[in-house]
Design a protein around this ligand. Structure first.
Ligand code: WT7
Length: 682
């Protein structure tokens, strides 16, 4: 793997940490000074009469044009300034920001910081092997990015092409993303835990000619054969002309004519690479995510609006200050990794940690050992990992010095009160605000979070609470009417557009409109339900559609059914999310599958379950495997043949009184059979 010159870096880290700290912001952080909007957010100095967080939020939604205009001019470096702040119409699903403007995202993330502080550390690669972290300065990351940009150009990758990146979280993956941005190509990062078929599907849909991968991945002490997975995938991807392979381990892997060793090729390239001047609305990346129906959808994010929103939320939700070390442990294959490991921190000139390992490798103290060693200030993780670590006991946390921590973030699924309190009390010693951040691949960045808030404002455990600047959440009832009062629950929608939101679904704008804009005309529909408290704070209650959130991983029931139905023993299936309520761990979702066998098939349940699990992990990923499989003679259906999932959900939730209207059911006896089958299983 491409390694920087270590001695130079060490010197730099020390001088950087000495140099840039005691700004007025540190005083604010201790809460000594009262909230002053202009001091908090310098670009708000021109907003007349605005003082206090709530006033600034009100201004950002009532004077959106002026708010985003000021922020975009001051936060981003433009090659050409924009002509119009926005041209959006949610009723049409039209979203355009900063048109007429030209910029380059990699210049905003790299060159401008290299001009002011070339030796500042941009990346700390926390390798799987504990204690072997490697630092990369902004100068080194720019150099890597430029070599990669030149390499891609020399190999025919052009503006508008899409490069698929199938790599673990590592510096060359970040440089690959930025190299795409530099030459105007879009990237499509595919989580390295996805199977070859899932990868192939995404490469085909994105029509990539180029794939970047590693010989092998290393995670939790285990080797994964990523190059082999790519080899299997590209067999069914006629568009792929070339595969670049970085060497994460020493192991030589089989190379064909279309494969190149990335590091060798990079050495041939120049360290200067002319950045492409991109329009604000050119595509920056595609990122595939699951929907309630059909195949995963490639959400499209564009240049200026996405970058601005990632940068602004990174700075203000987490209270990131110059010189801080930001530790987001999400994989770069997810949107969290895109916005808060890569783009947000780098646009802010920050130091960001690339976490390659797992929370329990080599032992359950891994996160906190890393916090101590790297002096991490903001730690951003997932409730599923917190729940897991609670089980191992407090001693794994207390062993390490966590005094550097100032903020603890949570994302991906609701964080139950017990986990919230443990995170706050044990990890953060009660000093650090816990910010539960709600957002989605579609939103590009955090939309609802307890911070920013006035210095002494309360944070309610397990609540995402406050909309970010420019965000106007609303709740809708089942008839599509706006719920205006507090202390109420409904479908969570957004009444205003914001710069970070996705612009379309790659190759399927119609699906984009149908999914997000048609359910509640004039609003963006999130797919989630939420509760608004008496005080006006938001709490997310979970998905309202056929999407399951398995420990923060999102998966469509239709995708799993599609795989189950391919099994030769299976006639049909129905998959639902099963809310498990475990004492002390709160509610979380598991995958529950109903399976109807073909007539005459005789198979042991254990064999069937083994077979189905291996099919799902082969075709999608391990996390999508059913936790429960219930065999059924038939599924409850309407007379028109639609499976009544509502009924199945009520049965597994043991809410038989809530079965509701069964009059459209084709054969009511089917429900009784399902109930009996479920009772046997549980
Ligand atoms: C779905 C989006 C945003 C990055 C990670 C997941 C659920 C996300 C929270 C939270 C409750 C949450 C929602 C959302 N979700 N954050 N703080 N509280 N639920 O991104 O894969 O696009 O999934 O994750 O259901 O719709 P994603």
């Amino acid at each position: 793997m491409w390694l920087p010159c270590r001695c130079a870096t060490k010197y730099v880290v020390a001088s950087f940490r000495r140099g840039v700290s005691a700004s007025f912001l540190h005083v604010l952080r201790r809460g000594r000074s009262s909230w002053n909007s202009a001091a908090f957010m310098p670009e708000s100095a021109g907003f007349e009469g605005v003082s206090g967080r709530d006033a600034l939020h009100d201004y950002s939604v009532s004077h959106g044009e002026s708010f985003w205009d000021a922020v975009a001019r001051q936060r981003l470096s433009w090659i050409r300034p924009f002509d119009a702040v926005q041209d959006c119409d949610l009723s049409q699903g039209r979203i355009k920001w900063f048109e007429g403007g030209k910029l380059n995202v990699s210049v905003n993330c790299l060159d401008r910081h290299v001009h002011t502080c070339p030796e500042r550390v941009a990346l700390i690669w926390e390798r799987d092997e504990q204690g072997s972290e490697v630092r990369y300065t902004y100068r080194e990351l720019l150099e890597m990015t430029c070599r990669l940009g030149n390499l891609l150009r020399r190999h025919g990758v052009k503006k508008g092409d899409c490069v698929t990146i199938y790599m673990p979280t590592c510096p060359l993956a970040v440089a690959s993303m930025l190299a795409c941005a530099r030459i105007g190509a879009a990237h499509n990062v595919v989580f390295a835990g996805f199977s070859s078929e899932a990868l192939a599907e995404r490469i085909r849909d994105a029509q990539s000619s180029t794939v970047i991968t590693v010989n092998q991945g290393v995670r939790g002490g285990k080797i994964t054969e990523l190059k082999r997975t790519v080899d299997a995938a590209v067999q069914s991807c006629p568009t792929v002309r070339q595969v670049f392979v970085a060497m994460r381990t020493e192991k030589r892997v089989e190379m064909t004519d279309r494969d190149f060793t990335l590091e060798e090729e990079m050495l041939k390239e120049d360290v200067v690479c002319e950045p492409a001047a991109m329009d604000s609305e050119d595509v920056l990346f595609l990122l595939y995510t699951s929907g309630s129906t059909g195949k995963p959808k490639g959400l499209v994010h564009t240049q200026a609006g996405y970058l601005l929103y990632a940068a602004l939320t990174h700075r203000y939700v987490f209270g990131y200050h110059d010189g801080d070390v930001f530790g987001c442990v999400a994989d770069i294959g997810w949107i969290t990794g895109h916005s808060y490991t890569v783009y947000g921190p780098l646009a802010n000139g920050g130091t960001t940690v690339l976490f390659e390992s797992t929370p329990v490798y080599p032992d359950p103290g891994r996160y906190w050992d890393m916090v101590e060693r790297l002096r991490i200030n903001q730690f951003y993780g997932a409730p599923t990992a917190i729940r897991l670590l609670i089980k191992y006991g407090d001693q794994w946390v207390k062993k390490y010095d966590r005094s550097s921590l100032t903020t603890l973030g949570s994302v991906g699924e609701p964080i139950n009160t017990e986990a919230w309190e443990w995170y706050n009390r044990v990890v953060g010693e009660g000093r650090c605000p816990v910010v539960d951040t709600w957002w989605q691949t579609e939103t590009g960045g955090i939309c609802i979070a307890p911070k920013p808030s006035e210095p002494d404002a309360e944070i309610v455990p397990g609540m995402a609470m406050r909309p970010f600047f420019g965000i106007k959440p609303v709740l809708m009832d089942t008839e599509g009417k706006l719920l205006t009062s507090n202390n109420t629950s409904g479908a969570l929608c957004m009444a205003l557009p914001w710069p970070g939101m996705a612009r379309t679904i790659h190759n399927n704008h119609q699906r984009f409109l149908e999914t997000y804009f048609q359910p509640y005309p004039g609003y963006f529909f999130t797919g989630d339900g939420a509760y608004r408290s008496q005080e006006g704070y938001y709490q997310i209650t979970g998905r309202l559609d056929d999407v399951i959130n398995v420990s923060g991983h999102r998966i469509g029931t239709a995708e799993i059914e599609d795989v189950l139905n391919q099994c030769s023993a299976v006639a049909e299936s129905a998959v639902i999310g099963y809310s498990h309520n475990i004492k002390g761990q709160g509610k979380y979702q598991r995958v529950y599958a109903f399976v109807v066998l073909k007539k005459g098939v005789d198979i042991q349940e254990a064999d069937l379950s083994k077979q189905l699990n291996s099919m799902v992990s082969e075709k999608i990923a391990k996390y999508a495997c059913p936790d429960f499989i219930q065999l059924a003679k038939r599924l409850p259906k309407t007379r028109s043949g639609k499976i009544m999932r509502r009924v199945l959900r009520k049965v597994v939730d043991c809410d038989l009184d809530g079965l509701g209207d069964l009059s459209t059911l084709d054969d009511p006896a089917a429900v009784q059979e399902i109930i009996e089958g479920h009772e046997k299983l549980s």
